[in-house]
Write a protein that binds this ligand. Sequence first.
Ligand SMILES: Cc1cc2nc3c(=O)[nH]c(=O)nc-3n(C[C@H](O)[C@H](O)[C@H](O)COP(=O)(O)OP(=O)(O)OC[C@H]3O[C@@H](n4cnc5c(N)ncnc54)[C@H](O)[C@@H]3O)c2cc1C
Length: 311
Amino acid sequence: MKIIDRPSLAELTTLRLGGTAIAEIRLDSLEDCERLPEALSLTGGSAHVLGGGSNLLAHDGDLPITLVRPLMGSRAADGRPAEPEILGTEERTDGRYTLLRVGAGMRVPFLLSWTVKRGLAGLEGLVGVPGRVGGAIAMNAGSYGCSTAPLLRSLTVFTPERGLQELGPEGWCASYRHFSLAEPCSWYMSASAVLAMKQADPAELRRIMQENFLKKKSGQPVHEHTAGCVFKNPEGQSAGRLLDEAGMKGRRRGALYFSERHANFLAHDTKCGIAGRTEDALALISEARDAVLERFGISLEMEVKEWPAWR
Ligand SMILES: Cc1cc2nc3c(=O)[nH]c(=O)nc-3n(C[C@H](O)[C@H](O)[C@H](O)COP(=O)(O)OP(=O)(O)OC[C@H]3O[C@@H](n4cnc5c(N)ncnc54)[C@H](O)[C@@H]3O)c2cc1C
């Protein structure tokens, strides 16, 4: 375990925005999870679990939060990226599945290329999605027909109320961009997960992945500083299309703007000479919500998580 004083959220998030937390507690093992309550009582502030920071909008200034950062599964002892652990295979009516244990700190792009190389299907829609396994599970991240929750077989989680526990599918509730534990808790942190991935032809998976990547590259601002889609898609609708038709594409305040490439991506222009302010991001988000509500009568729900998240 390592405790870092006053980490900058701007440096830890893909949107490159946000102030300073009280501390960051880095966890490398399950033993570190056992020591977490003591570490949190030393740092103070409310615990906020950080993955890759790719779905976050953090406020500016001094924030009354401590970042809890599970890095299990990110690095092996020799410093190279850790690999998933193969636990075995199982036969189902629709084919053979391989069970993998992965740490919450493993980077999703690494897991994706590792699995595709070995002909393990299920993540190929997540090409171009940054972040870590714990964050992908917490967001039930998905695209192009794939999402994380259907692959989950079990999850090792820490909660302040119950400590470390291994949960089966009855232990969580998942839906579109939503994941929560079935039993109430003040907050939770995934430490590792067992994924069941269907065996498939590696060449075919590579082809699907490349096709998905090209689609993503042509329609999304993959080279800008964003936190992915700001809003969830309302049932049967595309939030991007609604925002575009409501005139939000390219709308700007200070260093923040809705991308010209995709209106549901709020981006931060870090080179324009104006300091990026979360206040501007929030004002744009509020403007966008109002515009879509007024034009279509649809109330958009945030996908990006605003921090601090007051409980
Ligand atoms: C260029 C770009 C493209 C994107 N494309 C997509 C896409 O196609 N589909 C999609 O779904 N998303 C997309 N996203 C959004 C984002 O990458 C995903 O939501 C991602 O899964 C978040 O993972 P993270 O590790 O970065 O989580 P973070 O941003 O660090 O955290 C997000 C939430 O997860 C919680 N969390 C993180 N780790 C844990 C843990 N171990 N235990 C419990 N809670 C945890 C945090 O507390 C927070 O509430 C994109 C983002 C970018 C920047």
